[in-house]
Design a protein around this ligand. Structure first.
Ligand code: PMP
Length: 404
């Protein structure tokens, strides 16, 4: 079908004049334009952070949907409006995972969100006013920077919390298998973060998106678990923990959660209500049932498959990267962070990688709120099967040998 020429027609209106400040600040990056080339034939992409669909538990997901619709009462509930807090049995199921770790937790400490991305947006709006100081690792998750951009904070390095004074209000952290570096905080670093946040009255956001994808044994306990255990209650903790089913079940159902002190949850519920009333009732009901049925075996499988891909990827980097290039060796998650020799620019390298070697990645500069470190790139090691990944790393190695 032929669409009208929207490009010419929309030039008739000066939309920028009408857009809000936020609207005008929301711009697509050049990288996004480049990454549109990703469905080109023969391309090997290390750019995405998406799970491998071959590992989706399709059968269990299909059966969980069928079971809801086989029961008229449940089907009605699944298709009806519901409460903003989320589906109570799912909140109870999540609360139970905390009690299993020895942390008292009730459904009043749990909010269900449309993916943990929504949690970041709501948390930003709850805590940040224009000019408030936000701390995050350098580099950090690009989506968090976008979510927190609405209130227009000023940006600082998470290290600021460790040393000297800080006027920060909120600190965004990813203790386990971080995006984009793959790094994990040790126990001492976690304890220091908690102590400093308390001393300076800073609210800590803990993004645990990748925590379940551990390949070499479990990481240290989460910030919230450490803090709540030390203080005897989640209610006494400044940590706001964000979780998601996106990396362990599927991202498309868009279900994540927040666990925090109940006054924080009650406020987030109000903001969520204003934003979209509630997460999909159907998605929440089926995820509850899916999680019951999957048990630990599914996560163990993900760890095994992604862990083997991490090993193959690391071996390929060892074999193909020229001297002067270094990278992280993640114990879990989906990404490795590559430091390139001084003077190389990840964004320029991506242009050449697409043109000369049909391989893609995300330039590191995308992961900084300001003062980007340009001689870096992020590579996803979990999506491609090992032989494809090895070929992609060989292509990248060839390009780097020419570029250095
Ligand atoms: N946090 C991190 C670190 C992520 O990488 C992602 C997804 N890429 C998210 C949060 C958001 O995930 P979702 O909204 O699917 O839960």
């Amino acid at each position: 079908m032929a669409y009208p020429d929207t490009a010419t027609q929309s030039e008739a209106i000066d939309w920028d004049h009408s857009f809000s400040d936020l609207g005008n600040r929301a711009t697509a990056s050049e990288i996004r334009e480049l990454l549109k080339l990703l469905d080109r034939p023969g391309i090997i992409s290390f750019a995405g952070g998406i799970p491998d669909p071959a590992l989706f538990p399709m059968d269990i997901i299909a059966k969980a949907h069928a079971a809801v619709f086989a029961d008229p009462k449940r089907a009605t509930a699944a298709l009806q409006y519901s409460v903003s807090e989320g589906y109570l049995p799912l909140r109870e199921q999540i609360a139970q995972t905390w009690r299993d770790q020895g942390v008292p937790c009730s459904p009043d400490n749990v909010l269900i969100v449309n993916g943990s991305q929504q949690a970041l947006d709501l948390i930003g709006r709850l805590f940040l006013d224009a000019g408030d100081r936000l701390l995050a690792a350098r580099p950090t998750y690009l989506g968090a920077l976008q979510a927190f951009n609405g209130p227009k904070p000023t940006h600082g390095d998470l290290a600021e919390l460790k040393s000297g004074q800080t006027s920060a209000k909120l600190a965004y952290t990813m203790p386990d298998f971080a995006n984009p570096t793959g790094e994990t905080m040790g126990m001492n670093e976690r304890q220091a973060l908690l102590a400093n946040a308390d001393a300076k009255g800073v609210v800590l956001v803990e993004d645990a998106a990748y925590v379940a994808l551990s390949f070499d044994g479990p990481p240290p306990p989460s910030l919230l678990a450490l803090d709540a255990k030390a203080k005897g209650s989640i209610e006494a903790s400044r940590v706001i923990h964000c979780g998601t089913f996106s990396k362990t079940v599927v991202p498309g159902l868009r279900v994540g959660w927040v666990v925090a002190a109940s006054p924080v949850i009650r406020k987030l519920v109000l903001l969520k209500q204003a934003s979209d009333l509630h997460a999909s009732s159907l998605a929440q009901m089926v995820l509850h049932d899916i999680v019951e049925q999957l048990g630990d075996a599914h996560i163990e499988r993900l760890r095994k498959v992604y862990g083997a891909r991490r090993d193959a990827f690391m071996a390929a980097l060892d074999e193909h990267m020229p001297a002067g290039v270094s990278w992280t060796r993640p114990k879990g998650g989906m990404f490795t962070w590559v430091d390139l020799p001084e003077g190389l620019d990840g964004a320029k390298l991506l242009e050449r990688a697409l043109a000369e070697e049909n391989v893609a990645f995300v330039p590191g500069a995308a992961f900084f709120a300001k003062d980007p470190v340009r001689n870096s790139i992020r590579l996803n090691f979990s999506f491609n099967e090992a032989p494809i990944a090895e070929e992609g790393v060989a292509r990248l190695g060839r390009l780097l040998k020419r570029a250095i």
